[in-house]
Structure formats: C-alpha cells, structure tokens
Write a protein that binds this ligand. Structure first.
Ligand SMILES: Nc1nc2c(c(=O)[nH]1)N[C@H]1C(S)=C(S)[C@@H](COP(=O)(O)OP(=O)(O)OC[C@H]3O[C@@H](n4cnc5c(N)ncnc54)[C@H](O)[C@@H]3O)O[C@H]1N2
Ligand code: MOO
Length: 411
C-alpha cells in the first residue's frame, strides 16, 4: 500500500491499525519466504512459463528477424532498376530459401516473393503485387512493369526487432503471451523462473457447502476458496490445496497439522466478534487478531502456524467475500505481483466513506470516469464481478462528491 498512500492522509483512529502499518506487518511476515523466492530459480518448459516471474535475464541467442525478409506478397527488386519493365525469376516462398540463395540474376530482374520469405541478397526492396502491371504474379521469364520502389521498401531487415546478444527480458518480468512469444521466437525452451510461493487456502465456516452439492437451508456455497485460489494463481503463487474447514478449533489445528510443504497458509472467516470464531479460538497465541482501518477488510489476522513441515506464516482474511478479496488486493497481492496500475479518475455520483477508515469500493472505469458498482456491502459478489477497478476513499475523505477525483486501481 505504501506506494499508493497519501503522505498527508490523516491517521486511522480509535485504536485501529492503519492500512499502511498492516501492509508493513504482512510484508515483514512474508519477507523471508519472498526473499527465498527471489533467490531460487527453477527451470520450466516454455508452455508452463505463463504467469511465472522471470528469475534471470534473457539474452537473445539470435537476431530477430533472423534474415532480411519481405513484408508483402510482391516482387523482390533492385530499387535502381525501377520504374520500368523487369523479367520474373524464380519465385521465393516463405520457408524455402533455395530461390533466395540462387545465383544473382542479370539486370532488370524481379523475383515473386511471399510475405516472410527470405529476401535475395541482390534485392533491396519489395513492390506489392497489386502495384504491378499486370497486378499478379507472372510466370518465370515473363515481363512485368513495376513502379518506383525506394531501397528498403517493405523489407524487414535482419535484427530490426532484436539484435543477437542483447538482453531482451529482465528478471522480475511476469511472463504473459507477448513475453512467451518473444522467448519462442528466439527458440528458447527452458525458462528460468522464480520458484512460486506455495499456498494453502482454508475456508472456515459450518455454513459452507461445496459448489456442486445440494444447498440445505441456512447454508451457502464456498466462494472464498475458489476466489482466493484464482487470485493467488493470478499473482503467480502455486495453490497447493483449497480446503473448507469445519468450524471447530481442534478441527482447524488438525487440518493445519496435515498440511505439508506450503510457504503460507491463508484462511477466510472466523476472525471477528462472533461466538464461534474458529480461527480466533483455534490459533490464539501464535496469531495476532487486529482491527485495520479498512472497509471492507477490517478484521485481520496474521502470525505463524505449525504445519507438518514446520512453522509457516499465516494470514487470516475476513469471511465476507468482498472483504476477503480486498484484503488480498491490499496486503498480499502487492507482495507477490507488485502494485496494480493506479490512475486518477472522475467519480460518477457521490460516495460516503466511514470516518477513520480507508474505504475500497468497486467500480467500472470508462474514459477516465469511474462509476461505482454496487454499494459498500461486503457480500455483494455480483457487483464485484461487474467491476474492473477498485476505488480508494482514504482516511479523511468521508464524502466524495460527484465529479471528485479519486484514486483507482485497475484490477
Ligand atoms: N459484532 C461484530 N460483528 C461483526 C464485526 C464486528 O466488528 N463486530 N465485523 C464484521 C465484519 S466487518 C466482517 S468482514 C465480518 C468478518 O467476520 P469473520 O471473518 O469472522 O467471518 P465469518 O463470520 O466467518 O463470515 C462472515 C460472512 O462471510 C460469509 N463467508 C464466510 N466464509 C465464506 C466463504 N468461504 N464463501 C462465501 N462466504 C463466506 C459468512 O457466511 C458470513 O456471512 O464480521 C462482521 N461481524
Ligand atoms: O470489514 Mo468487513 O471486512 O467490512 O465487511
């Protein structure tokens, strides 16, 4: 949150921990685990590299394009021969270098050439076929009239995209479709990526039923488990298990004791003021329960828990789905995947925010204007699903009027 905070923002009141202070506490808690990830690289095959974070620089082993080639279907020519009549020589198709490597023809020659095909060394320009007279490919030995073509026209020069030996991707880059395309174009198959943070997600609450099962009265489907698993994976973490947990402190401790080989446990629910707060009752001691000046996402828990493979960091997010996802966005995601893109936008309609709290509303951003999706309620999943941004109403801003400028994170 540090990079997004307002330096002059009033501090949270009434003994609540500020958003920045809690973000710092979570950062400190996860520092050793994240430092290890920054150090340790693993090699994954290219098809598995999507969403991973590059651990080492990538140095281009070849030029891109690897050879001069045509940008158009047309005729490869010497610009000095044009305009005028030229005689067609052998056709050069993409992937077939023989015709391009054939001995240089005499003056006033033109080779029919296809997009992506290797330009012969004797040619320095390409005339698109539709500019020819006749506007088609003529047979070898026939004549065609071509207009003037400056040297370099429609030629994609070797190395014009990437020069061999240059660093094309830096460590820390998240690999998406474009980066994977670049690695593939360079012929690379083994990609050094940061080891992913291995996370266990535990949903707590006796009311929870798994999607696909029938829904008895008074019960609800577990949406936090799938939501956080998706959010974590989207941020580059490896979710080793997603479990719903019966509401008993002993059951929770037993479930933790069975977990093996995770770097972090994240739970949802069971941390506020109810009579059956399973996380609070089961983990008191190693875990701290705090009230953060954030809405939604006020109740928070953090500390350490003992699992089969040792003691690992623990984060307890509140059970309300929007609270849980906002907690993830504010405290965990920035550590895993860096800050969300942040813009200033003009608010459509007014919004009220509780005194002394940093409120995060859901919004839809269009052309620099943001419309709130749904109210402040932290159960409003449909509105969350319509939103494409989070709207920040920091401490001290108890009302934002229609037309006010607000900070928005694009999610
Ligand atoms: N007396 C008070 N009551 C509450 C306070 C408070 O300060 N005083 N804080 C409210 C706020 S704010 C929040 S947020 C919630 C947090 O409560 P818990 O973290 O203890 O969560 P639960 O009580 O277990 O559940 C809250 C809510 O969320 C639903 N839920 C829980 N898990 C899931 C799941 N996996 N998928 C979908 N929905 C889930 C649950 O059914 C409840 O409706 O406490 C307020 N109360
Ligand atoms: O803080 Mo709760 O997290 O508003 O719904």
């Amino acid at each position: 949150m540090t990079s997004h905070s307002e330096p002059s923002a009033p501090r949270a009141s009434r003994g609540r921990r500020s958003v920045d202070d809690h973000a710092a506490a979570v950062r400190d808690l996860l520092h050793p685990a994240l430092e290890r990830l920054g150090r340790d690289a693993v090699t994954v095959p290219l098809p598995e590299a999507r969403g991973r974070v590059l651990a080492r620089p990538v140095i281009a082993p070849l030029d891109l394009p690897p050879f001069d080639n045509s940008q158009m279907d047309g005729y490869a020519v010497r610009s000095a021969d044009l305009p005028g009549r030229v005689t067609a020589v052998a056709t050069i198709a993409a992937g077939h270098a023989e015709a391009a490597l054939a001995p240089e023809p005499g003056p006033r020659a033109a080779a029919p050439i296809m997009t992506g095909a290797m330009l012969p060394a004797w040619a320095d320009a390409v005339v698109p076929v539709e500019a020819a007279d006749p506007p088609r490919f003529v047979a070898t030995g026939e004549e065609v009239t071509l207009p003037e073509a400056p040297a370099g026209q429609f030629v994609r020069a070797q190395g014009s995209d990437v020069t061999r030996g240059t660093t094309v991707l830096e460590p820390g880059v998240r690999l998406g479709a474009a980066q994977i395309a670049l690695l593939a174009a360079l012929g690379l198959v083994d990609v050094p990526v940061r080891d992913a943070l291995r996370v266990a997600v535990l949903s707590t609450g006796d009311e929870l039923v798994q999607p696909g099962e029938t829904l008895p009265p008074g019960r609800i489907y577990d949406s936090n488990g799938p939501m956080l698993a998706a959010a974590l994976e989207d941020a580059g973490a490896a979710v080793l298990t997603v479990q719903a947990q019966e509401d008993s402190p002993e059951g929770l401790r037993a479930a933790l004791a069975r977990l093996d080989g995770v770097d972090l446990v994240v739970s949802t629910g069971g941390i506020s003021q109810g009579a059956f707060e399973v996380v609070k009752q089961g983990l008191e001691g190693g875990v701290e329960f705090v009230s953060v000046a954030l809405q939604p996402g006020g109740p928070q828990a953090l500390g350490a828990v003992t699992i089969a493979s040792g003691t690992v960091p623990f984060l307890g997010f509140p059970g309300n789905p929007v609270s849980s996802l906002v907690s993830f966005e504010m405290f965990l995601r920035p550590l895993l995947a860096g800050p969300r893109p942040s813009v200033r936008a003009v608010l459509e309609g007014a919004a009220d925010s509780p005194a002394g709290k940093h409120q995060v509303r859901r919004g839809a951003l269009r052309d620099g204007r943001v419309r709130l999706e749904g109210g402040a309620g932290s159960h409003l999943l449909h509105a969350l699903a319509q939103a494409d941004c989070l709207v920040h109403l920091p401490v001290g801003l108890e009302r934002a009027d229609d037309g006010a400028e607000v900070e928005v994170w694009i999610v």
